[in-house]
Write a protein that binds this ligand. Sequence first.
Ligand SMILES: C[S@@+](CC[C@H](N)C(=O)[O-])C[C@H]1O[C@@H](n2cnc3c(N)ncnc32)[C@H](O)[C@@H]1O
Length: 281
Amino acid sequence: MYAPCVLYTDRRLRARPPMLKKYLIALLRRLEPSPPAPVPPVPPAPVRYYSDAAELEGLVDNLDFYQPVYHPWLDPAAPFQRYGALGAAHALGSPDRYYVLLTLLEQALSLEGDVWECGVYKGGTARMIAAFLEDRGSPKRLLLFDTFAGMPATDPSRDWHKQGDFDDTSLDAVREFVGFPERCDYYPGQFPSTFAGLERRAIAFAHIDADIYRSITDCLEFIWPRLAVGGCVVFDDYGFPTCPGARRAVDDFFAGSIFRPLVLPTGQAIAFKSIPAPLRD
Ligand SMILES: C[S@@+](CC[C@H](N)C(=O)[O-])C[C@H]1O[C@@H](n2cnc3c(N)ncnc32)[C@H](O)[C@@H]1O
């Protein structure tokens, strides 16, 4: 806008139209949008993992040696990444949580019993677990429990979630997404009713991701006595503001017991059945 005003008020140009014309053409050429410069592709940030303190010291003078520098859940070459990617489209977690889940599952492969997941929703974490068991050639079955139609009634005094949350799913869609039909057993309906008939089954590992107080308490009451010694239960939702009932259920269940759940910065909590002792004396 500024340049044409200058042109109009410049008496030398108004007096000499050909010169004005030339000037205008030159100016318009300059104003024409030039084709965008090709944007060079951004190379992926090089990922490097340091384990040698001396090497690090040489690289960064003021490095904070109290901050960890190795995060396996961010390592693109870590083998567990494949499973996180498989389920990610329908899972609600994050790579650090999948890392915890699958690393602990791996510890349970040699124990007696099956793998249970209570709270499946669209099958995101179930698919990760199923593929992991498959790749390891494990004979373990994967038992999957959910209404597959949304959250049952919740307790407003303890839970943030409401009845019907997570209802945008279905048993058929989950079966298709999870795959591995010969390994997975589905128990549609509300637990603990859907645990009926499974009283004699051993459990090596359980992933409890049910978000609400009553459901998590019901899962623990059934699963803990049947969990193999050396096995563990992973609670996905312990530390999250949307799941106050989950934390309370775990705390109430283990209160006064010799077993103390380990709370992780990921928001998960882990209860290890480290010794063959009853929950309480
Ligand atoms: C957070 S979602 C599970 C997410 C899933 N593990 C994932 O990350 O891929 C919680 C699920 O728990 C289920 N749920 C909670 N209480 C239940 C109960 N008593 N019986 C059956 N399903 C229940 C809900 O239907 C919902 O699908």
